[in-house]
Design a protein around this ligand. Structure first.
Ligand code: ARG
Length: 460
């Protein structure tokens, strides 16, 4: 390709051309690139920089190219460096001289910044849509099993009973924060860089506000050097994606644990589980495991982006071409993970009996016994110690709390009386009637509030 080599005596070495090309990856930006070029051509014509007829030829040519790409008929010439050159070169082939005017008052530096911003804005919308879908699945599962209690854990040791719905709503909250981070990323991405030229602005009477309007940007960049050098918005996306994957990896781990024979709280639908090549009994949670595993690649991408940008002098540097490799991988991991999790969550079965059996183990009502003594006038620390000794005694006798007679209780505190047998999982849950607590009434209201939050966002 003779393009861009006016000042050279010979073509780039093949190795160099291959080493520097990004077309294989950035061709997915074709829609954004064409939209940006159409807006640019309209603006150039409106400002009298090119004629209306030239703009029309350019716009029609770009529409033809978009069609060809979407029908799989476009020939991507590997000799062209990137999607911007591939489209421009084809446009010139199609319409000739008018095509050679498209790049007036523009540089690939503001062009690529524009294309990626358009891409990230769409990716944010898709991501938030995916998160909402998963949240809806979590709420459906919570509602369908509103009466089910499970052991809540700290240190992965049975701690206190909680409603399964309460546990699932914890993930709803994490995902709410993720949405807030993506919305924040959107705000920062919604800034038009076009019109910044290579780095210093352009020497034509352009209309950047018109471009912003055409392309749906909330505002225009304030500094041309920053506009072509800024990739913070990609890091914002990547960081939000890393946090979302982190949350999904925690959910993934619980799905692995809960679907094990040892826990047995859930059974994955056959369509969301895989078998073993040797052990006929196995039903493996591979979807959850792969999500947990892929989380590392998104974290790694964040480190790659931070390192790529660190210490780069202003303004554009070719290092920045690497941003898209990382960003696209994050999108390609995050979106399918959200979608497959929504399906996995909405098809799994909850085994209430297994959860109930687990609640009968591990002296999970010990805190309630201590609270009982406190209500009878004991100090909490003394109650804690008395119940601790009672637990040690019960373990030694191989009994659970309900199997101890009242005399045995009273060895540890004279404040115990017959009403101690009223302590149950239900009383334990009901007692935690504080904002944010697991009491059934609180959880029902939290569920309703979560539904309302999703519905309100849907109307925006
Ligand atoms: N492929 C390049 C990138 O992704 C486009 C911008 C190239 N600009 C340049 N001056 N070489 O960053």
């Amino acid at each position: 390709m003779s393009h861009l080599r006016g000042r050279f005596d010979k073509p780039a070495d093949n190795l160099v051309a291959t080493y520097t090309a990004s077309l294989a990856g950035d061709r997915r930006l074709y829609r954004q690139d064409i939209a940006g070029s159409i807006a640019h051509a309209k603006m150039l014509a409106k400002q009298g920089i090119i004629t209306a007829d030239e703009a029309k030829q350019i716009i029609d040519g770009l529409a033809t190219i978009q069609n060809a790409i979407e029908q799989g008929k476009f020939i991507f010439n590997d000799e062209l460096e990137d999607i911007h050159m591939a489209i421009e070169a084809r446009l010139i082939e199609l319409i000739g001289e008018a095509g050679r005017k498209l790049h007036t008052a523009r540089s690939r530096n503001d062009q690529v910044a524009l294309d990626v911003r358009l891409y990230v804005k769409e990716a944010v919308a898709d991501t938030i849509g995916g998160i909402r879908g998963l949240q809806a699945s979590l709420l459906d599962l919570a509602e369908a099993n509103i009466g089910v209690a499970i052991p809540g854990y700290t240190h992965l040791q049975a701690a206190q009973p909680v409603l399964l719905a309460h546990h699932l709503l914890a993930y709803f909250e994490m995902l709410q924060r993720d949405i807030a981070r993506f919305n924040d990323c959107f705000e920062r991405t919604d800034v038009l860089p076009l019109g910044s030229g290579a780095l210093a602005g352009v020497a034509y009477n352009i209309d950047r506000e018109f471009l912003a309007k055409e392309l749906g940007f909330g505002k225009i960049s304030a500094n041309s050097l920053d506009a072509v050098a800024d990739r913070d918005f990609i890091i914002d996306y990547q960081a939000a994606a890393a946090m979302t994957m982190l949350h999904l990896s925690r959910l993934a781990e619980e799905i692995c644990l809960w679907s094990s024979v040892e826990f047995g709280f859930i059974t994955l639908d056959d369509a969301y589980a895989t078998g073993s090549s040797i052990m006929p009994q196995k039903k493996n949670p591979d979807v959850a495991e792969l999500a947990r595993g892929r989380t590392g690649r998104v974290f790694g991408g964040l480190t790659a982006l931070l390192t790529m940008l660190k210490g780069l002098p202003l303004s554009y540097n070719r290092d920045m071409q690497e941003d898209k490799v990382v960003l696209f991988e994050a999108v390609d991991i995050l979106l399918p993970t959200l979608a497959v999790f929504a399906g996995m969550i909405s098809t799994l079965r909850v085994n209430a009996a297994a959860a109930q059996a687990a609640l009968g183990r591990g002296y999970i009502l010990a805190t309630d016994l201590a609270d009982y003594l406190v209500k009878k006038g004991e100090s909490f620390r003394t109650a804690h110690e008395s119940v601790g000794k009672l637990v040690a005694y019960a373990i030694e006798k191989g009994k659970d709390f309900s199997q101890l007679d009242i005399k045995e209780y009273q060895k540890f505190s004279p404040r115990f009386s017959e009403d101690v047998y009223n302590i149950s999982v239900a009383s334990s849950l009901a007692a935690r009637d504080v904002p944010g607590g697991t009491a059934p009434g609180r959880v029902k209201r939290a569920l309703a509030a979560a539904r309302a939050a999703i519905a309100a966002k849907g109307e925006e």
